[in-house]
Design a protein around this ligand. Structure first.
Ligand code: KG4
Ligand code: ZN
Length: 316
């Protein structure tokens, strides 16, 4: 069973080929440089670039997999959520190829894709709680079995990745902000500044916009009235990262406890954050939970996760 998967929901054109749920080829044509000057994704620019990139990338993926279109059994494509213009390029490409090659097209939800990224190269036991944190989403999902999902909580305002991006902008760092903050944070010192942990003690929802405001307020201030200099950029980046990691990891553990699961799973671009991976691993060990974390390349947007979701979808 060969699946060709297409993902174009945001600013990465991605195509993958899977054989029986195993990834054979995983290609990502990143638009990062194209949007960096604007400090964020420009939807119009993104859709136009997807249009240019999609068919050559499909050709390349087939070539690398040493397959002809005839050998493909199904085409998987991200159908929602995402930037409409970007999504439409992928959906149209998938439907056109499906029509030309006479293959079924399977539509896949992008967030579910981020959950299923954990299933690539991993054996997983249900039930589990997944934390999907990306540029557009911060969500806790209970997965009882394939096809049985329950939304447990999510952000009330900014997504965690969005908060990283906005915080980076406030600190004058480049886009995307997640990797930029985490690089800067490596030189930061703990305890030089304290930022809030929004909604830490209650429930399974999140809020990050206040944290971003607190960071902007702390900028330029001294740690103590006696201090000679304002708190450094690296110290701020470090504390910001700590605050986000604290909240995310605490709520994931709370959800696991409440729903009595033995497995927790991370997904989405922010799951590429080393500090988050480290802290979740520490807490999971303390709570005797099995932790599943995708490879870095399957955390940020990719088509392999869309293909693997379609692989399990067809078996429901
Ligand atoms: O999943 P993704 O590639 O695209 C969306 O579906 O949004 O996630 C992108 C987000 C961006 O906000 C980016 O800043 C964040 O993931 N990100 C990170 C890291 N790498 C990417 N955030 C924190 N630490 C990282 N290392
Ligand atoms: Zn994503």
């Amino acid at each position: 069973m060969y699946i060709l998967a297409i993902e174009t929901s945001c600013d990465d054109t991605a195509v993958a080929v899977l054989k029986n749920g195993r990834v054979l080829v995983n290609l990502v044509a990143s638009q990062e440089k194209l949007h960096a000057d604007f400090g964020g994704v420009v939807p119009e620019v993104a859709s136009r670039q997807h249009l240019k990139a999609i068919y050559p990338l499909v050709d390349l993926a087939l070539k690398k997999a040493k397959l002809t279109p005839k050998q493909i059994d199904r085409i998987a494509v991200t159908s929602e959520p995402g930037l409409l213009g970007s999504l439409l390029v992928g959906i149209n490409a998938a439907r056109t190829l499906g029509y030309l090659w006479d293959k079924p097209v399977i539509e896949v939800n992008h967030l579910l894709g981020h959950v299923y990224a954990g299933f690539i190269n991993n054996k997983i036991k249900f039930p589990l709680v997944a934390l999907v944190t990306s540029g557009g989403h911060t969500e806790l999902v209970l997965v009882r079995k394939h096809g049985d999902y329950k939304y447990l909580g999510g952000t009330k305002d900014d997504a965690a990745g969005e908060a990283f991006d906005k915080a980076a902008k406030a600190l004058g760092l480049e886009y995307p902000g997640g990797p930029a903050i985490s690089k800067k944070a490596a030189a930061g010192r703990v305890g030089k500044v304290r930022l809030p942990r929004p909604m830490m003690d209650e429930g399974l929802d999140f809020s990050f916009s206040g944290l971003k405001t607190a960071l902007i307020r702390a900028k330029g201030k001294k740690a103590t009235p006696q201090a000679k200099h304002a708190v450094g950029q690296a110290d701020l980046a470090r504390e910001f990262q700590e605050a986000v990691v604290d909240v995310l990891s605490t709520k994931l553990m709370r959800a696991a406890q409440k729903y009595e699961v033995k497995t927790v799973l991370l997904g989405g671009g922010v799951a590429a954050n080393k500090r988050l991976r480290e802290e979740v691993a520490r807490k999971a060990k303390t709570n005797k939970l099995k932790l599943v974390v995708p490879d870095f390349k399957y955390c940020t947007d990719n088509a392999a996760m869309i293909g693997v979701t379609a692989h399990y979808k067809k078996r429901i």
